[in-house]
Design a protein around this ligand. Structure first.
Ligand code: 5GP
Ligand code: MN
Length: 366
């Protein structure tokens, strides 16, 4: 998503909308090349990691390993479980639980986190580390960390990661490329979303040329879920609600999935990550929301827009962040209270652009 200078995104966050400059790239390369031989490097991606967070981090981590960095850890805040669809990724051996991460690494590299809050308890490493590099593509990135490789025009954080590897003269191999490809396909919705530029396809071509297996990857990441999750989706989709008058008449479709729903179908929370894709297809609504219960009165909210509404404005107003057409936040109360707050914010969050007529065309990036 490109935010032109002076857009609401930029004004709200103060973060630059242009990508990294040559100075930023040079600083990042120097930070890596200047590491002593026994340096400890800690890679951190955002809480509840998705394909971009994990794929960028592990792909880049394998690249650092090829460079000879051997005291190398990758981690993310919260429970150390990797979501099932990613449990085969090359480089999983780099992962350590957050409470085992180097307390004072020489270098920290952050992936796909728009703000420090997305780093949870690991945020202190930004202070204890020798230096830090932030790789991201959220326009709402707050500019934390020492070296900023933040490109809001990049379709995925892995686009930035591949550029840095290239500047470090690390050749792509199939293992590195697999992580970067998972990240790219996740955030472009398998090359369907508006961020799918010619450059995205050129990167995909470079990654595929290493010999990775796109069919196997897509099946693992997108097309495999437990039967219990299929039944759970049926139930949760069956109670979706359509509110044509919401969002100033552009329409809202939403549903909620409770901890009880998960327990009844014996499912883990990660299975709900793709639920939004089944909801946002609704032709009659510009905005789709899924409320995923994460505690007695706490909900992780996913929002998508087809173009008429800037859902990142809604998310930021409610304490979260994201992109114009894909955003989220954590809300408290019961589901009705959370959706009531969303309705209020939606009324004022129009982009001014026309809504897209084609129902399932999404401009979502993560
Ligand atoms: P998803 O709905 O796929 O979890 O997230 C969509 C987008 O919103 C992603 O860019 C993600 O980083 C962002 N996002 C989701 N939840 C939160 C949140 O609680 N805080 C912030 N800052 N961003 C979020
Ligand atoms: Mn991303």
């Amino acid at each position: 998503m490109t935010a032109a200078p002076g857009t609401a995104d930029e004004l709200r966050t103060g973060s630059p909308s242009a990508g990294p400059g040559e100075d930023d790239w040079a600083a990042a390369v120097a930070a890596v090349r200047g590491l002593p031989a026994d340096a400890r490097v800690l890679l951190i991606c955002h809480v509840n990691p998705d394909g971009d967070a994990l794929g960028s981090m592990l792909g880049f981590g394998l690249g650092l390993r090829r460079l000879g960095v051997h005291r190398l850890q990758a981690t993310f805040p919260g429970p150390p479980e990797v979501p099932e669809p990613f449990r085969w990724l090359p480089g999983l051996d780099l992962l350590v639980p957050a409470d085992e991460a180097y307390p004072d690494p020489d270098l920290v590299v952050c992936f796909d986190a728009a703000s420090e809050s997305r780093l949870g308890d690991l945020v202190d490493r930004l202070d204890t580390a020798g230096t830090s590099i932030v790789l991201d593509h959220h326009a709402s990135n707050t500019g934390f960390g020492a070296v900023h490789l933040v490109d809001p025009t990049a379709a995925a954080t892995s686009v930035v990661a591949e550029q840095l590897l290239s500047r470090l003269d690390v050749p792509l191999d199939a293992e590195i490329a697999t992580g970067l490809y998972v990240a790219l396909t996740t955030d472009t919705g398998s090359f369907r979303f508006a961020a799918t530029t010619p450059e995205v396809h050129r990167l995909a071509a470079r990654l595929l040329a290493t010999g990775l297996h796109p069919g196997d990857i897509s099946r693992e990441v997108f097309d495999t879920r437990p039967f219990g999750a299929v039944r759970l989706f049926g139930e949760v989709l069956g109670r979706a609600r359509l509110e044509p008058e919401a969002a100033a008449g552009h329409g809202l479709v939403w549903t909620d999935a409770t901890l009880d729903d998960l327990a009844r179908h014996d499912q883990q929370p990660y299975v709900l990550e793709s639920l939004i894709d089944s909801v946002r297809c609704t032709a009659e609504a510009d905005v789709a929301c899924v409320l995923k219960q994460v505690g007695p009165v706490e909900w992780a909210v996913s929002m998508r827009s087809k173009g008429a509404v800037d859902v990142s404005a809604v998310a930021v107003a409610l304490g979260g962040g994201g992109h114009r057409f894909a955003a989220g936040f954590t809300g408290s109360g019961d589901a009705e209270q959370v959706i009531a707050r969303i309705r209020v914010e939606l009324a004022g969050a129009l982009t001014g652009g026309p809504a897209h007529a084609d129902g399932c065309r999404s401009s979502r990036t993560r």
